[in-house]
Ligand binder design. Structure first.
Ligand code: PGA
Length: 243
């Protein structure tokens, strides 16, 4: 399977930082079989679409479960698609913990994103408290349960991001990450078919950087990385997608 390196810029990067970022990487395409995607702030989407090389796919960090209407401050998936967004993150842990998104919201957002032809990267992961209480697999299972009803789509990717590893410098060990990834693969195979589960990219996220990406990607069920901090630095991001 191909490898996906997805940068999540969160609410970072100003226009001049974006300019120098793309100036540094625009001439350096990924290796064959590797895809490099970036999710900037929504208001920088259009600018990034104009500035980034075509090999870089640009997407959104969030997408509303509604396509239009009285939803102040939200971003419509039809508007994102119209603008040229290629994908959207759905249910990032910061959306869940800071903005109260539930598994139901995440299910609705995934459905509307797919209906509007956006690739959906569904983010899941346990908190430290849940891991310590041995609830990791149960939490992740509940977060992907909606995919049974949603059904298989080639436009679904799943990103496992243990909350305790996001932005903390702590990374799940390759074995810890692989255990959850293998569980996600099996759960998807039970909900869909084995072939469909096998062709669904599973990304790991949580303090991924050039120094640890190889050992993570060496695991049989890890097909890519969702990268926050290291994706803001052009030299690191290009190292990640050149691996
Ligand atoms: P991090 O963020 O790489 O800075 O830990 C990952 C994410 O939140 O997607």
């Amino acid at each position: 399977m191909d490898t996906y390196i997805v940068g999540n810029w969160k609410m970072n990067q100003n226009l001049s930082e974006i300019k120098s970022f793309f100036t540094e990487i625009n001439a350096i395409p990924p290796k064959a079989g590797v895809h490099a995607w970036i999710a900037p702030q929504t208001m920088h989407l259009q600018h990034c679409l104009k500035t980034a090389s075509v090999f870089l796919k640009i997407g959104s960090q969030n997408s509303s479960e509604h396509i239009n209407g009285a939803f102040t401050g939200e971003s419509s998936p039809t508007a994102l698609k119209e603008l040229g967004a290629y994908f959207t993150l759905v249910g990032h842990s910061e959306r869940r913990s800071i903005y109260g998104e539930t598994n139901e919201t995440v299910a609705a957002k995934t459905k509307t994103a797919l209906e509007n032809d956006l690739i959906a990267i569904v983010c899941v992961g346990e908190t430290l408290k849940q891991r310590e209480a041995n609830q990791t697999l149960q939490v992740v299972e509940s977060q992907i349960a909606f995919l049974k009803e949603q059904g298989f789509s080639e436009k679904i990717l799943v990103a496992y991001e243990p909350v305790w590893a996001i932005g903390t410098g702590l990374t799940a060990s390759p074995e810890q990450a692989e255990e959850v990834h293998a569980f996600i693969r099996k759960t998807l195979a039970d909900m869909w078919t084995e072939e469909q589960a096998a062709q669904t990219p599973l990304l790991y996220g949580g303090s991924v950087k050039p120094e640890n990406v190889n050992e993570l990607l060496a695991q049989s069920n890890i097909n890519g990385a969702l990268v926050g901090g290291a994706s803001l630095i052009a030299s690191k991001f290009k190292q990640l997608y050149q691996l």
